[in-house]
Design a binder for this molecule. Structure first.
Ligand code: GLN
Length: 317
């Protein structure tokens, strides 16, 4: 196996197009691994033989391969963006309402909430994301516009929007999320009414974006809160560091340990098959392939990220 360069952070040492081409070839030979999410029809009908990957360096140059410009449902990847908005709105007060520990339980688990008195384990479980949604509802005049503006500005794409069919299905099938929100509310840890919080959550999950949009949307996490693509200091360097830490320990649900082991980058996944990952001080990444493993993470997305960090030496470890 080829040894990664001595200083992997120096991007001139890598042929990124070549690396992406190799990963694309390998992934396409493995099409069929995993299962497409089937809890709603609009996700179930996405073909499994899709793979896209986009890299956005902190200077803003973009490298892509495969289906990197095909839109998909971002689902729980949106929890990164809503956490950023919630942290910006109320700062450290957020941590009285949600914890910062890995859960070791599935993303939609109810179990810890009972004995932890309505304080979700972390902002990336569904329960924790409902807290971020609640904070946004309490602190932004037009919460949905704030989220859409944030996504469009970060991605430099004004066409980003919500897939209404997905949003309708989320609402129709969101039984566990309804249970989670009511349970949290019963402990007094939601300020807004349950229906409003759930509606915001369903709509954030239903955003439709492609790999380039999503990789750009988290560029600020690779560069101390700064996004060169939009020329904005999006959040503080401290907030960006903290969000990366949370992604590392909890961004891929109860597979966060496995991700650290095989990939070694802060990452956040969604059941649409997208995963964003951050190489601190170097680049942001998005991979997409709809086949999910048993933990709800893209099986080939994880493989692609694994190959990427091994070929480049860009794991944080
Ligand atoms: N809409 C999904 C849910 O709330 C999102 C879950 C996910 O992407 N992990 O169950």
């Amino acid at each position: 196996m080829q040894k990664p360069p001595h200083n992997p952070h120096d991007l001139s040492q890598h042929d990124l197009e070549d690396i992406l081409g190799t990963i694309d070839q390998e992934v396409r030979q493995r099409f069929g691994e995993g299962k497409v999410a089937n809890y709603i029809p609009s996700l179930a009908k996405v073909p499994i033989d899709r793979f896209g990957m986009a890299l956005v360096t902190i200077e803003g140059s973009v490298h892509t391969v495969g289906d990197a410009r095909e839109r998909f449902s971002i689902q729980s990847v949106s929890k990164v963006h809503t956490l950023t908005l919630a942290m910006d709105a109320i700062g450290d007060a957020l941590w009285t309402r949600v914890d910062r520990e890995p859960s070791g339980d599935p993303f939609n688990s109810l179990i810890q909430l009972e004995y932890e008195k309505g304080i979700p384990r972390n902002p990336f479980m569904n329960a924790g994301a409902l807290i971020s949604a609640d904070v946004i509802l309490s602190n932004y005049d037009d919460p949905e516009a704030a989220l859409l503006d944030f996504m469009r500005a970060r991605s430099c794409n004004v066409e980003i929007g919500i897939d209404e069919t997905v949003a309708d299905c989320e609402r129709d099938t969101g039984y566990r999320n309804v249970a989670l929100a009511n349970f949290i509310r019963s402990f007094g840890n939601l300020e807004n009414n349950v229906e409003a919080v759930l509606e915001f959550y369903y709509r954030q999950c239903s955003l439709s974006m492609d790999c380039v949009d999503l990789a750009r949307s988290v560029q600020y996490l690779a560069d101390g809160g700064h996004c060169s693509s939009s020329g904005t200091q999006v959040t503080t360097a401290e907030a960006a560091t903290r969000i990366n830490s949370l992604m590392m320990t909890a961004g891929t649900y109860d597979a966060a340990g496995d991700f650290a082991f095989y990939v070694g980058l802060p990452a956040k996944s969604g059941v649409g098959g997208g995963i964003v990952a951050v190489v601190p001080h170097v680049m942001s990444i998005c991979v997409w392939s709809p086949g999910l493993d048993e933990k709800g993470n893209s099986a080939l997305g994880r493989y692609a990220l694994h190959r990427f960090t091994r070929m480049t030496g860009l794991s944080v470890f």
